[in-house]
Ligand binder design. Structure first.
Ligand SMILES: [Zn+2]
Length: 106
């Protein structure tokens, strides 16, 4: 019997990664067109794929959406980016649900 917990084949992970890239690109386009709900859906699909294949999203991608409500971040429109020199953190506030995420920087 094949264990369901077994690691996915490399080629499948490769395809999944490409799929995630595409979904993020589409989400960006949609968000810029004001199609926020559709962009949200693309992000949630991308996240599901990442989860299924155990793919870690790059920091760059993580900064682009709200991990709470999946809203794609458009600076000044759906998100506010602020750097805090005191704590050396980048603060991203989701303007849709108010969630604030802090990222440390050097
Ligand atoms: Zn949010």
């Amino acid at each position: 019997m094949i264990s369901r917990r077994r690691k996915k084949p490399t080629w499948q992970i490769k395809i999944a990664k490409l799929h995630i890239e595409e979904l993020f690109e589409e989400a960006e386009k949609l968000a810029n067109q004001g199609e926020l709900n559709l962009a949200k859906r693309y992000i949630s699909i991308a996240r599901k794929i990442a989860e299924k294949f155990n793919i870690r999203l790059e920091r760059e991608k993580k900064l682009k959406f709200c991990r709470k409500c999946n809203t794609y971040f458009v600076a000044g429109k759906t998100a506010l980016y602020r750097t805090n020199p005191k704590t050396k953190a980048l603060e991203v506030r989701c303007l849709k649900c108010g969630y604030v995420r802090r990222y440390r920087y050097k």
